[in-house]
Design a protein around this ligand. Structure first.
Ligand code: NAD
Length: 191
């Protein structure tokens, strides 16, 4: 079978980076390519999947099954990226016990037991801002390692827990700034 290879220049042109940047970035993780021969495509793919944790399944819990939590639970595309939502929690008695996409919403009281039972390492917070810290504290206590936080609140967690904040509003504001200032930029380019 013929070994497929790709050069750093071709990888760079596909990703819109320079070949030097590609070599530097990949070099950060080890020696993958052969000078003059490029990268073995299958080997590189395997290495990158390992680096990105793509060959693992991450068990995820969602806390807060409102508009956003429901939308995330309804999305079926996470699995093929190694993300499996295995638990959902809420405080609202009208939501507890309800089934969404094959998953039963549990009471927040059950968070520690469920997280341990299901081997959850990552959690998504979609509760109101005022509730977010308390939820984060419960997640930390339950042994969670990473949090994706949608609530507009700063979370105080131990260093061992990685937090990523998602803010669509800020992204939209950046785009609205771009739209407002687009005319001016074009004017400056013409001058
Ligand atoms: P929502 O009110 O529809 O849902 C919140 C849910 O959290 C409700 O089901 C509520 O019962 C539950 N809840 C409240 N306290 C809880 C607790 N202590 N434990 C468990 N569950 C609890 O709100 P939404 O529209 O889905 O928004 C959710 C969060 O996401 C809000 O903080 C909102 O500001 C934020 N949000 C962020 C973005 C973004 O770009 N980051 C976009 C939209 C919404």
């Amino acid at each position: 079978m013929k070994i497929r290879t790709i050069s750093s220049a071709e990888l760079g042109s596909r990703a819109n980076f320079s070949d030097a940047q590609v070599r530097k970035d990949l070099g950060y993780f080890g020696q993958f390519g052969v000078s003059g021969a490029g990268y073995n495509v299958d080997e590189l793919k395997g290495e990158l999947e390992t680096i990105l944790g793509k060959n693992k399944i991450f068990k995820v819990a969602i806390v807060g099954v409102g508009h956003l939590g429901n939308a995330l639970l309804a999305y079926t595309g996470f699995r093929k990226h190694g993300i499996e939502i295995v638990a959902a929690f809420d405080v609202d008695v009208r939501k507890i016990g309800r089934e969404i996409n094959g998953l039963t919403v549990r009471s927040i009281e059950e968070i520690s037991a469920e997280i341990a039972k299901k081997g959850v390492t990552l959690s998504i917070i979609t509760v109101p801002a005022a509730e977010a810290q308390e939820v984060a504290d419960s997640l930390v206590k339950a042994g969670i390692e990473a949090i994706l936080n949608f609530a507009p609140a700063y979370l105080d967690v131990p260093e061992r827990v990685k937090v990523k904040n998602v803010d669509f509003l800020r992204e939209l504001e950046t785009l609205s700034y771009f739209l407002v200032n687009k005319g001016e930029e074009q004017e400056q380019q013409v001058k």
